[in-house]
Design a protein around this ligand. Structure first.
Ligand SMILES: [Zn+2]
Ligand SMILES: [Zn+2]
Length: 326
């Protein structure tokens, strides 16, 4: 099979011919139909998130069961399933036993600790695979598997916030804005200053306001989610939230956060991060998305053009999500 593997930090992914992986006990062999490209893949490429190399990246996988332990059962061979970032947990630590498997210190992640979906085939633990709603095509479903899931978890931390700001309007935000509108929330979209195309995209999807990250929103926010990996956005977002508001950092890596005066945090404002996902998050979002219904905007690339997709993501040239098709 063909795969795009990371061999060295800072170097492009390399196209290679590999043997089809063999599923172990409890694992499924999956023929990959599509795989989303995530900012985390850029962090892996840049060495900001560490992995043992070589590694096949990709953790927004949509595929069909092609063999393995549950192939003869439900979902059986041919069934369409998704493979998210959370690939395995120990199930025994205090986090796992208290519904917080996203924080399991022994967790293994798809496309970081386990070879992922930038390939024609992959293998995944059947217990961590998620059902794909029938109303989505393979390409449209892929962004739900991380952008959607992390966004959903971040939004839940915002509680019943009515006015929600997004700093960075990429794959996660374009999904979340639709969910927010459906829930009766107002979205304020902050993009790179001067990026009018992204601001227009945000308004098209229902944002109440869109502007540059150097601007103040027209109304104080109840919560803000920082998707962009830029630490200087955190003190800015704090200035934009009302007393009692929360700023949620949704990325796995961020540049250093500059110091800020205590008055920015005063009045019970909070800064926190959101990490990974639980299988319960996955089940909830995948049940909710078709009801909204969330529509994803995707740009597809052949598997061999994974490096071009990563470059477009890095440059902010995408509206929505990049998806590889093997
Ligand atoms: Zn991701
Ligand atoms: Zn655990």
């Amino acid at each position: 099979m063909r795969a795009m593997a990371l061999h060295e930090v800072g170097q492009p992914l390399r196209l290679e011919e590999r043997a089809i992986p063999q599923p172990g006990p409890g694992e499924l062999l999956i023929r990959v139909r599509s795989c989303g490209v995530c900012r985390t893949d850029l962090h892996l490429l840049d060495g900001e998130v560490e992995a043992q190399l070589p590694r096949v990246l990709g953790h927004m996988i949509v595929g069909e069961v092609a063999g393995g332990d549950r192939a003869g059962q439900t979902p059986g061979a041919g069934a369409r399933i998704g493979v998210p970032w959370l690939g395995w947990v120990d199930g025994t630590c205090e986090y796992c036993r208290s519904g917080r498997e996203n924080l399991c210190p022994n967790a293994r992640f798809t496309g970081r600790d386990i070879d992922g979906g930038f390939a024609q085939y992959t293998v995944a633990d059947a217990r961590f695979c998620l059902p794909i709603p029938a109303s989505y095509t393979d390409e449209q479903a892929a962004p739900l598997m991380c952008a959607g899931l992390i966004g959903y978890r971040a939004l839940r931390i915002c509680g019943d916030a009515r006015r929600v700001g997004f700093y960075g309007f990429g794959d996660a935000a374009h999904i979340l804005v639709q969910l927010c509108r459906w829930q009766g929330r107002e979205v304020y979209a902050f993009t790179r200053p001067g990026d009018e195309a992204s601001q227009g995209f945000a308004r098209e999807l229902g944002a109440a306001w869109a502007g540059g990250s150097d601007e103040a929103p027209s109304e104080p926010l109840d919560a803000a989610i920082v998707f962009a990996p830029d630490g200087s956005l955190v003190p800015r977002a704090l200035l934009a939230v009302a007393p009692g508001g929360v700023v949620v950092c949704a990325g796995i890596h961020m540049s250093e956060i500059p110091s800020f005066p205590y008055s920015s945090l005063w009045q019970e404002r909070a800064v926190r991060s959101v990490a990974n996902l639980t299988r319960a998050d996955g089940g909830e979002l995948l049940a909710l998305a078709p009801r909204v219904p969330v529509r994803t905007s995707v740009t597809t690339y052949p598997l061999e053009q994974a490096n071009e997709a990563l470059a477009d993501l890095r440059a902010g040239r995408l509206h929505g999500a990049a998806v590889l098709v093997p």
